[in-house]
Design a protein around this ligand. Structure first.
Ligand SMILES: NC(=O)c1ccc[n+]([C@@H]2O[C@H](COP(=O)([O-])OP(=O)(O)OC[C@H]3O[C@@H](n4cnc5c(N)ncnc54)[C@H](OP(=O)(O)O)[C@@H]3O)[C@@H](O)[C@H]2O)c1
Length: 281
């Protein structure tokens, strides 16, 4: 397939590109050519010239605190930008896969969220991604909406890299015990996304590594897996930190739909260990 990936140079985009290319797909665009998704004409022109069979839309304004400080910008990129990509897909008659987030949920649940749970974003990032979901549903019958969470990957400014950088530079690590989610290895997600878009089973999916963790448990397991067992992590609670954005407190996802089409991701602990083994090799 010819697959257009937006946000192809992002944390997930880079892994997805590699995975799909290794499977023999042709990936567009070259990095220099990526259009600004807030510009409808640019997105439409680019898509028309690219002639993709499928668009995988990852581009987003992902700085959650930045989104909280400038909610209009978040909406322009994540909401309207996604609408533009969906309109381009509609004009070409091609399906779209939109990567969304656990932050469309309010975090008040007692068990992991399934795909059918009511959404209620509680911060501007989550709201803007939710607006993007609505645009995709309204405009395109052939869509995949894939919610994921707490990505870790080589490089970039994700939680895992921040924990490692602090630990290695001897800074004190203070991590919350009352924010619970689903840590997810970008490589595992890329494999799962590639498998999903081959199914033609359109719909809304959750794709995260199995299980749940607090930020504290996640940090502890990262350190243990990277040979930093001696580094101490001081537990804290969300109320100890002043942040622009408020995260959902309890937002683990359950991959119910994905299991139904035969897609399974390993437990997050195994994924962290695999990531560490690869990074340390
Ligand atoms: N990271 C997570 O933990 C997480 C969790 C749940 C869901 N997600 C979703 O997964 C997707 C990928 O996340 P990620 O962490 O890989 O993101 P990322 O590393 O922040 O990359 C985002 C990409 O979007 C591009 N982008 C931003 N604004 C754009 C615009 N106006 N026009 C065109 N491109 C634009 C960026 O390009 P530049 O570098 O040129 O700005 C970058 O390539 C996103 O949709 C995100 O919402 C992520």
């Amino acid at each position: 397939m010819r697959i257009l990936i937006t946000g192809a140079d992002g944390r997930l985009g880079a892994r997805l590109w590699q995975t799909l290319e290794a499977q023999g797909h042709e990936i567009i665009p070259s990095l220099a050519m990526q259009p600004d998704i807030t510009q409808l004409d640019a997105v439409r022109d680019f898509a028309r010239q690219a002639r993709p069979d499928l668009v995988m839309h990852l581009a987003a304004y992902t700085d959650v605190d930045g989104c909280a400080k400038d909610p209009d910008l978040a909406l322009r990129v994540n909401g309207i930008g996604t609408q533009h990509v969906a309109l381009a897909c509609q004009a070409l008659g091609v399906p779209m896969c939109y990567v969304s987030t656990n932050e469309v949920f309010d975090g008040e649940a007692k068990t992991a969220y399934m795909e059918y749970a009511p959404t209620r974003p509680i911060n501007p990032y989550g709201y803007s991604k939710w607006v993007g979901e609505q645009a995709v549903r309204e405009l395109l019958p052939r869509h995949y909406i894939v919610r994921t969470a707490w990505l870790f990957a080589p490089g970039g400014a994700n939680f895992c890299q921040k924990v490692l950088a602090k630990a290695r530079s001897g800074q004190q690590l203070v991590v919350v015990t009352d924010e619970i989610g689903s840590p997810t290895y970008a490589d595992d997600l890329a494999e799962a996304l590639a498998a999903l878009v081959a199914t033609q089973r359109f719909g809304t999916y959750h794709l995260v590594n199995e299980g749940k963790a607090s930020r504290y448990e996640f940090a502890r397991h990262i350190l243990d897996s990277f040979g930093l067992r001696h580094v101490r992590v001081q537990p804290a609670v969300l109320a100890d930190f002043k942040r622009a954005s408020r995260p959902p407190r309890f937002s683990p996802l359950r991959n119910f739909q994905a299991a139904h089409v035969g897609i399974r991701l390993r437990p997050w602990q195994e994924a962290v260990e695999a990531f560490a083994a690869r990074e340390l090799a």
